[in-house]
Structures are given as C-alpha cells and as structure tokens.
Write a protein that binds this ligand. Structure first.
Ligand SMILES: Cc1cc2nc3c(=O)[nH]c(=O)nc-3n(C[C@H](O)[C@H](O)[C@H](O)COP(=O)(O)O)c2cc1C
Length: 224
C-alpha cells in the first residue's frame, strides 16, 4: 500500500545523512514525471530542474569545494533569511539549529565542527542525487511560490518510493559556482538545491523532528 498524502507529509523530514546507495535514473524520472503535475498560476510551469549524479556530482562537489576555499563567505544574491529575524521566527530558527547540533553532539563553542557539518550541505549530505531548481529572473514572487509546490511534490513522491530528501537553500550561497558548472544562463537564477537518496537511518541527525506551531498561532477562522 503506498503512503497516503497525509502520511507522506508527516513522515518527510529533512534528511541530513544518506547511504552510499545509488538511485536509478528511472526512479528520478518517475518522481519528476509525477511531481510535474504540481499546479502553477496560469499553468506557467516556471521551474527548471537540473539533476546531478555520478561523475558530474563528484565534479560539482569538487568545483564548489574550490570556490568555498577561495571565498567561504562569498554569499549569494538570494537573501535566505531577512536580517535581524524577529520573533517568533528568530527563536524557531535558533531552536532548530540547537536541536540539530545537540543530536550531532557538537556544542556551541565548537565552531569549526559546526561549520564542518554545514559544509556537508555542499556534498549533498552523501546523497547520490542532487537536484537544482532555477527560475527565469523575470519571474516574480508568485512564480517562486509555484516552484516551491514542485519541490514539495518531489519530496513527497520520493517519500512514497522509500527515498528521502533535504531541500537546500545553502547552495544558493554558491550560486555562481553551481550555475557555471551546470551551464545555467545568466537570465536564470539558482534558487535551491535538493539532496535525494536513501536515508542513513543509523545517523543520529536523522532522528531530528522539528516542531510545528499549533493552528492557533497561524490560522484565523472568519465565521460571522
Ligand atoms: C526551501 C528550503 C530550503 C532549505 N535549506 C536547507 C539547507 O540549506 N540546509 C539544511 O540542512 N536544511 C535546509 N532546509 C530544511 C529546513 O531546515 C527544514 O525543512 C525545517 O527545519 C523543518 O524540518 P523538516 O524538514 O525536517 O520537517 C530547507 C528547507 C526548505 C523548505
């Protein structure tokens, strides 16, 4: 019995350690074939997706490693979070980080070890498949939201097939190096990466279950 949509939503987590086990390209294709039924305003289907595996994946990781070494704080054009994040968002972000590093056993003072874990983003946390999502720069906020729908659909369909994912805005900090490698034209902006593979269930970090606020905190029912 395949997972229900509700089950897939509740089961999906950001997986940050993967097994060194290949994923067949036919599986990736089938996931994308299903996920492409995601809706988009005006049916623009504004997204573009790059799938990176095998030798190309290894070469990309090397290229980005080099770029990171040259300028670790290059930053990208995407502002991942607004400056001076306010409550309750600031605390949510802080808690997620602290919960994650607690599971990894890396205390606050061990900045180098924390950074090393962050750098694992740029190795797809060991996943054999990397996806990258780009958008034409002329698109506006609406189309960015539509791309998000495709990304979630990919994560849920992957879940249904026993595969795991981690969405990774971290890659946008290395957008230049990644775009050059993938041959993304200047007219396109790299938004996000995604790791795809089989979760390493023995890795502590994969036991992280992030909180969600109760409905009262974000839903308003208008009745009368
Ligand atoms: C668009 C997007 C980008 C993300 N980028 C990263 C990232 O670069 N690195 C990372 O470790 N997690 C990343 N995350 C994972 C979030 O931290 C995670 O979704 C959130 O804490 C909720 O946890 P969950 O996905 O396990 O339910 C990203 C999530 C989304 C939706």
């Amino acid at each position: 019995m395949p997972l229900s949509v509700s089950e897939a939503l509740k089961q999906r987590i950001s997986t940050r350690a993967f097994l060194d086990k290949p994923v067949a390209e036919s599986d990736v294709r089938e996931i994308l074939e299903t996920a492409k039924y995601s809706p988009s305003g005006g049916n623009l289907q504004p997204w573009r997706v790059h799938v990176v595996t095998g030798a190309a994946r290894a070469r990309l990781i090397e290229a980005v490693k080099k770029s990171l070494a040259e300028n670790p704080f290059a930053g990208g054009e995407l502002r991942i979070y607004p400056e001076n994040l306010w409550e309750p968002y600031r605390t949510r972000r802080y808690k997620l980080g602290e919960d994650m590093y607690a599971l990894l056993g890396i205390p606050r003072e061990e900045r180098t070890a924390r950074l090393a874990h962050l750098q694992r983003n740029f190795e797809f946390f060991g996943a054999p498949v990397g996806l990258f999502f780009t958008l034409d720069r002329r698109f506006d906020k609406g189309q960015w939201a539509h791309l998000g729908m495709l990304m979630l659909a990919i994560a849920l369909v992957a879940e249904e097939r026993g595969l795991s994912t981690c969405m990774q805005e971290a890659w946008s900090a290395q957008a230049k190096a990644v775009s050059a490698f993938l041959g993304v034209p200047d007219e396109e902006q790299l938004y996000c990466g995604m790791s795809l593979g089989y979760a390493d269930r023995s890795a502590n970090v994969n036991s992280l279950r992030s909180d969600r606020a109760p409905l009262e905190d974000f839903v308003t029912f208008h009745r009368d």
